[in-house]
Design a protein around this ligand. Structure first.
Ligand SMILES: *Cc1c(COP(=O)(O)O)cnc(C)c1O
Length: 355
C-alpha cells in the first residue's frame, strides 16, 4: 500500500436512497448517490474526487467518442448478514484494468489507487448495497480519453470514474443460446482480451439478430473458421462434458474472467478434472446429442452463473438437463454465495473489506 489517497468529498444534499425501490432493480438503471472521478493530465493522475452522481460536461470532440479510446470493468460488492460490506476480488480487476489500458494506448492506473477509489466510494454509499439474496452493488470503473482533438492519436488526457448500481439477478431464466457461425466478437491480434468499449458496440447487431430469432444469448466462435467455442455473450463459457469441467483457454480473443478463475479454482479444490484448452463446436454438439454434456453455463460478474437450457447450431436445437438437476453448477452457485455473503471462512482471501 502506498499512502492514503487524498480524495475531495462533496456529499449530496438530497439522497435518493429512500425513494429507491430495492424490490425492483433493473440492471444498470439505478445509480447510487455518489460517483468517483479522477483526471489524468501532464503524465499523472490527479483531482481525486467523490461527487454526487450526475451529468458531466465534456467537449464533443473527445477521442473516446470518435475513436473508442474507452474501456471499463465490472465488480460486485456484497452485504454480509452482519452488515459488513466486501468487494469480490477487486485486485484481479485492477490488474485487468491495466491490461486493457495498455492495449488501448491509455495510461495505467496504480492498482492501489484503483482499489482505494472503489473502497472510498462504496464506503460512502454502503447503504446502497442491497442486503438480500442474489443482490449486490455493481461497481463500474471506467476510463476514457478526453482530449478535444479529431486526429487519430492517443489522447493526452483521460478521466477515470466509478459508478455504483444496486442490482438484482441479471438473468431470470434458463438461456436458449445459439452458436454464432458468421459474426465474430474478436480476432487474433485484436482486443478481445481487453474490456474495451468497442468490443461491445460490435456485438450488438449479432446479439439483436439472435434475439429476433428467439435466442437469449450467442456463443461466440473463433474468427477464422467458427470451429472453436470462445465465449458466451459478455461472459465466459463452461461445460461439464463426461464428468470433466471444460472451458476455452484464455488467449488474446478471450476475456480472462474473474468468475471463470473463481469457478476453476473451486472445481480443482473439489477434485474435479479441469481442462482449459480449445473447445470445438463439434465436441459440444456431439456431447449434447449423446447426453455426455451434463452442464453448460456462462460465468461472469454481472450474470454470475447463467444456466444454458438449449444450444442451437446450424438450425438444430439441442436441449440439456433441467438446471436444478445439474450437480456442478448448483454446487458452485451455493459455494459462491456462501463466500460472497460471508457465510463460510474466506480461505482464498477473495473478499476485500470496505472499512
Ligand atoms: C466481463 C466479461 C467477462 C466476465 O468477466 P468477469 O471478470 O468474470 O466479470 C467475460 N467475457 C467478456 C467478453 C466480458 O466482457
Amino acid at each position: 500500500m502506498t499512502e492514503t489517497l487524498d480524495i475531495k468529498i462533496t456529499k449530496t444534499t438530497h439522497s435518493r436512497l429512500q425513494e429507491t425501490d430495492f424490490n425492483n432493480l433493473p440492471f444498470g438503471k439505478i445509480f447510487s448517490d455518489h460517483m468517483f472521478v479522477a483526471d489524468y493530465a501532464d503524465g499523472e493522475w490527479k483531482n481525486f474526487q467523490i461527487v454526487p452522481y450526475g451529468d458531466i460536461s465534456l467537449s464533443p470532440a473527445i477521442s473516446s467518442l470518435h475513436y473508442g479510446q474507452s474501456f471499463f470493468e465490472g465488480i460486485k460488492a456484497y452485504k454480509h448478514d452482519d452488515g459488513q460490506v466486501t468487494v469480490f476480488r477487486p485486485e484481479k480487476n485492477a490488474a485487468r484494468f491495466n491490461k486493457s489500458a495498455e492495449r488501448l494506448c491509455m495510461p495505467t492506473l496504480p492498482e492501489d489507487i484503483f482499489l482505494q477509489s472503489i473502497a472510498a466510494v462504496v464506503d460512502i454509499d454502503r447503504d446502497w448495497v442491497p442486503a438480500k439474496a442474489n443482490h449486490a452493488l455493481y461497481i463500474r470503473p471506467f476510463m476514457f480519453a478526453t482530449d478535444p482533438f479529431l486526429g487519430v492519436a492517443p489522447s493526452g488526457t483521460y478521466k477515470f470514474m466509478v459508478l455504483l448500481c444496486p442490482v438484482g439477478p441479471y438473468f431470470s431464466k434458463t438461456l436458449r443460446v445459439k452458436i454464432e457461425t458468421y459474426y465474430t466478437r474478436s480476432a487474433e491480434g485484436g482486443m478481445g482480451f481487453a474490456k474495451s468499449s468497442g468490443n461491445y458496440g460490435g456485438s450488438m447487431l449479432p446479439a439483436k439478430k439472435a434475439t429476433e430469432e428467439g435466442f437469449d444469448q450467442l456463443i461466440w466462435t473463433d474468427a477464422k473458421n467458427h470451429e472453436y467455442v470462445e465465449e458466451m455473450g459478455a461472459a465466459n463459457v463452461m461445460f461439464v462434458l463426461d464428468g470433466k469441467l471444460i472451458t476455452p483457454s484464455t488467449r488474446d480473443t478471450i476475456l480472462d474472467g474473474v468468475t471463470r478463475d473463481t469457478v476453476l479454482t473451486l472445481a480443482r479444490e473439489w477434485g474435479m478434472p479441469v481442462e482449459e484448452r480449445r473447445v470445438s463446436v463439434a465436441e459440444i454438439i456431439e456431447g449434447a446429442k449423446t447426453g455426455k454434456l451434463q452442464d453448460a453455463f456462462g460465468a461472469g460478474t454481472a450474470a454470475t452463473i447463467a444456466a444454458v437450457g438449449s444450444i442451437s447450431h446450424n438450425g438444430e436445437e439441442y436441449f440439456l438437463a433441467d438446471p436444478k438437476t445439474r450437480e456442478f453448477s448448483q454446487k458452485v452457485l451455493v459455494e459462491l454465495d456462501n463466500i460472497k455473503y460471508g457465510r463460510v471462512t474466506d480461505t482464498h482471501n477473495w473478499n476485500y473489506p470496505v472499512l
